[in-house]
Design a binder for this molecule. Structure first.
Ligand code: TRP
Length: 416
């Protein structure tokens, strides 16, 4: 990237805003277009998730491998993960998990979730092993609250699990990974600890089903990895190594970053100074943060706003609606009214507070039901997993639904 933008799996900083198309080119992955969205709908018989239709999951690599396999009646599995660095997840952390839950339903797929307590121990100076492991289990509650099907989901902590088939696959990956490759892909060097240098092998290996003999026996099952785009380098590496090992290359699907409240072109982060919405925030906190901190693209004065309208491309409340307001018609109306200056900043913020609080409140209700015993059930490796596929009979998609695809312009520039 240029001098002012830095994107690694551990750090995203930018002064100029993230150029996602440039990022795709640099990473060597592909944009998701309307054709692919429609194929997804045809093959899975599920209406595309708003995040697919709205360009939030905007990039992929070989998604067709997963669709092909599913179309042939073969099993695919989903793999994603979480580095437990904070007590509660924030809204941005939830995006890949909420989407993975949707994909679990779309593909009837087994989901494997890696809790990387080891990674956070290597990369966060002050974190102890015990604390990292404790946070992994706390965070698992937030993840389970997304509604993953117990019989089809395994959540594991690396600290507790590495060994057996997982370690065998890691060892195979390690033998194929030179120090130069690590340096080239991640910018790590000999000043980094061995733990940090070897880390990428631990994140890449679960993209091969051989890592999970408790779930897949010795079957080679096609993997699909949903993630935020900063994690892609691991899977670029996994795909290279797959060739050498004779394993199936993982397919991937990547999202943009949910903006922080202060700036559209920023990534929400729980460790930085940026204001973000945590999933355990109260209604008052959510409402105060959005009212006081959310950057507005509205006019500075009422008169200016009425004359020129709002700049949707930099407006944070509008971006949060793009993520969390499912109703396309309502979103389109807001874009038109606010964009033209007929709707005021205070009104869109009010709407955003309502929509975001709804997501947070529903999450809190679901999470309250997740006890430590339930976490243990999800983390139990010694049980049978459900590989069955439901027969899904979903009516033809409506004209309108089919039309959204990639033609959906999030800024509604064509709306008068
Ligand atoms: N490294 C990721 C994080 O810090 C966690 C992770 C592990 C992950 N395996 C993954 C993310 C696979 C996406 C896909 O949050």
């Amino acid at each position: 990237m240029d001098g002012e933008t830095k994107i690694t799996p551990w750090e995203v900083t930018t002064t100029t805003g993230i150029d996602y198309l440039k990022l795709i080119r640099e990473f060597g992955c592909e944009p998701i277009d309307g054709k692919l969205v429609r194929r997804f709908e045809r093959v899975t018989r599920m209406k595309a998730h708003p995040w697919l239709r709205r360009g939030i999951f905007f990039s992929h690599k070989d998604l067709n491998l997963a669709l092909d396999a599913y179309e042939r009646g073969e099993e695919i599995y989903l793999y994603t993960g979480r580095g437990p660095s904070s007590e509660s997840l924030h809204l941005g952390h939830m995006v890949p998990f909420m989407f993975t839950k949707y994909l679990q339903d779309a593909f009837d797929a087994v989901v494997i979730i890696q809790m990387t307590d080891d990674e956070k121990y290597y990369f966060k100076e002050k974190l102890t092993l015990d604390e990292a492991n404790r946070l992994a289990k706390e965070n698992a509650k937030d993840i389970i609250a997304c509604g993953f099907t117990l019989e089809k989901t395994w959540i594991f902590s690396n600290l507790e699990t590495v060994g057996g088939s997982l370690y065998r696959t890691i060892v195979q990956v390690m033998r194929q990974t030179s120090g130069n490759l690590i340096k080239g892909i991640y910018g790590l060097d000999l000043n980094n600890s061995i733990g940090q240098l070897s880390w990428p092998c631990f994140q890449a290996a679960p993209a091969f089903s051989t890592a999970f003999s408790n779930v897949f026996g010795d079957q080679h099952v096609q993997c699909l990895v949903p993630m935020a785009i900063d994690q892609y380098p691991y899977f670029r590496m996994a795909r290279q190594i797959a060739e050498k090992l004779g394993y199936k290359k993982p397919a991937t699907i990547q999202s943009r970053f949910l903006p922080s409240l202060e700036q559209v072109h920023d990534k929400a982060s729980s460790t930085g100074s940026k204001e973000v919405i945590f999933m355990n925030d109260s209604h008052d906190a959510v409402s105060r943060k959005i009212r006081e901190k959310a950057f507005s693209g509205g006019g500075l004065t009422r008169q200016e706003h009425v004359e020129k309208g709002a700049n949707l491309t930099v407006d944070v409340p509008y971006h949060y609606l793009l993520y969390f307001l499912d109703n396309d018609n309502e979103l389109r109306d807001i874009a038109r009214e606010y964009g033209s200056g007929r709707m005021m900043t205070s009104e869109i913020k009010k709407k955003t507070i309502e929509v975001v609080w709804n997501v947070v409140r529903e999450h809190q209700e679901a999470r309250r039901l997740v006890t430590s015993e339930i976490v243990q059930q999800y983390m139990d490796p010694n049980r049978s997993f459900d590989h069955s596929r439901r027969h899904r009979e979903i009516g033809e998609l409506s004209e309108e639904d089919q039309h959204l695809g990639f033609h959906f312009d999030p800024y509604f520039r064509h709306v008068p």
